[in-house]
Design a protein around this ligand. Structure first.
Ligand SMILES: [Zn+2]
Ligand SMILES: [Zn+2]
Length: 436
């Protein structure tokens, strides 16, 4: 009888081994939060830095991760950092955290609100705030780095952690790749990233099977006219009227040229022209953002802008040599971020196994936000990516939560960081079981 009992006990222990490992992971993250992560988050929150200017953030991130035994390289693509831990045969998994804050004056009412200012790349000193939650991302990366280093017996392969600059200018990811991220360091088979979301309740994770973020392109239009006296419009060509007509005509592009089931946005975010009430000027400058969820629609929208600008100018009598200049930004441009379906299914299963069947947040996307994580996982890289969201606002406050990038933005650090580290660590360990 005694023997049977011990065998049964052994079997029961065996069956609950993964659950034990999970509760051990959760306890370890909770202890790390109290000892390190809470203070680190407060530090990063109070010391935000602007895109491409993440000097101290990168230095601290590098020091924290180096102390955990990773081989850390700084200055990749500007202020980017790359940390590598080799741990035997197996796939290479990359985890990315973006580091930059925004030129926003914090008005969140938090006791640890930022009062920081910094000189931006344009030479102007601006207030700085982590108004998108990237302070949560870097804190979570450090927490994940610690758990992965402590669990080397649970995975085999190469782990690459990156601190990425300038996500908010959608240029940091490309800069890191141009600086040899996939050539100087082990190229990943899989890539993971997370974003905290103020519009998702704490305790929830969102991991779409396909589109996670839209493409984004900044476009400038310079409309030329022929200056004249405001009282003699027939002597000139009014660029303000031409530009106004272009704004109106652009509204028909999405409604009349894109298939109704497809999504697209053309927003004219800025328009500047003229000097005085009674002068017809000779120049108007317009700034547009263009969003889509697939490459064909993206090309169609961009081509339509060329066509509308020129067509309107011709119809309004702008001389041929003064046709509008349409300039597509070479730096503010990113493809859509599309999760690899098969890998996303595996990651979602890890999340439900870890946190329960109701953990997944399945609300449809409303806006067309963009993300430059896309560059790391575009089809031509061959890297299978999963980008997921972590809830950051208590459920009862979600409906009134201030949006990202606003002075009032805030998230609940403790539940989102703890869940972020556990979700990321569990997903990464699972990906190391997959083929290279
Ligand atoms: Zn943002
Ligand atoms: Zn962000």
């Amino acid at each position: 009888m005694k023997k049977i009992t011990s065998i049964m006990l052994g079997a029961a222990l065996l069956a609950t081994a993964p659950a034990l490992a999970q509760s051990d992971l959760r306890a370890s993250i909770a202890a790390d939060y109290d000892e390190n992560l809470e203070a680190l988050f407060t530090h990063f929150h109070q010391n935000p830095e602007l895109s491409h200017r993440e000097f101290k953030t990168a230095e601290r991130l590098a020091a924290e991760i180096r102390a955990l035994g990773y081989d850390v390289t700084e200055g990749v693509g500007g202020t980017g950092i790359v940390a590598v831990m080799e741990n035997g045969d197996g796939p290479t998994v990359m985890i990315r955290a973006d580091m930059d804050g925004l030129p926003v004056k914090e008005d969140s009412g938090l006791s640890y609100a930022s009062t920081a200012t910094q000189e931006d790349i344009d030479g102007i000193v601006k207030p700085v705030m982590h108004a998108c939650g990237h302070d949560m991302h870097i804190t979570t990366l450090i927490g994940t780095a610690r758990q992965m280093a402590a669990r080397k017996d649970q995975w085999s392969g190469t782990l690459v952690l990156i601190g990425q600059p300038a996500e908010e200018r959608i240029s940091g990811a490309r800069k890191m790749l141009e600086d040899g991220l996939y050539k100087r360091f082990p190229k990943p088979d899989y890539a993971l990233a997370l974003h905290v979301s103020a519009s998702i309740p704490t305790g929830k994770l969102e991991a779409p099977l396909g589109i996670r973020a839209s493409s984004s392109d900044s476009v400038d239009i310079i409309v030329h006219g022929v200056g004249a006296h405001g009282a003699s419009p027939h002597k000139g060509v009014d660029p303000v009227l031409v530009a106004s007509q272009i704004v109106v005509s652009l509204q028909s592009v999405v409604s009349r040229t894109i298939a109704p089931q497809e999504a697209g946005v053309i927003t004219v975010g800025a328009i500047h022209g003229g000097t005085k009430h009674n002068i017809i000027g000779d120049r108007v400058e317009m700034q547009l953002t263009v969003r889509s969820n697939n490459p064909e629609v993206r090309e169609k929208l961009l081509d339509s802008i060329d066509r509308v600008a020129e067509g309107v100018a011709i119809s309004m009598g702008v001389p041929k040599k003064l046709m509008p200049e349409v300039i597509r930004s070479k730096t503010e441009t990113t493809p859509p971020t599309i999760n690899d379906r098969e890998t996303a299914e595996i990651v979602r299963a890890v999340f439900t196994d870890t946190f329960g069947d109701d953990v997944l947040w399945e609300e449809p996307r409303e806006g067309m936000g963009a993300e430059d994580f896309a560059y790391f996982v575009t089809p031509d890289t061959g890297v299978k990516g999963v980008y997921f969201n972590v809830g950051g606002t208590p459920a009862e406050k979600v409906d009134d939560a201030p949006s990202h990038h606003s002075p009032f933005f805030k998230i609940e650090p403790e539940p989102s960081i703890k869940m972020g580290v556990e979700a990321m660590t569990s997903a990464a360990i699972k990906l190391f079981d997959l083929p290279e």
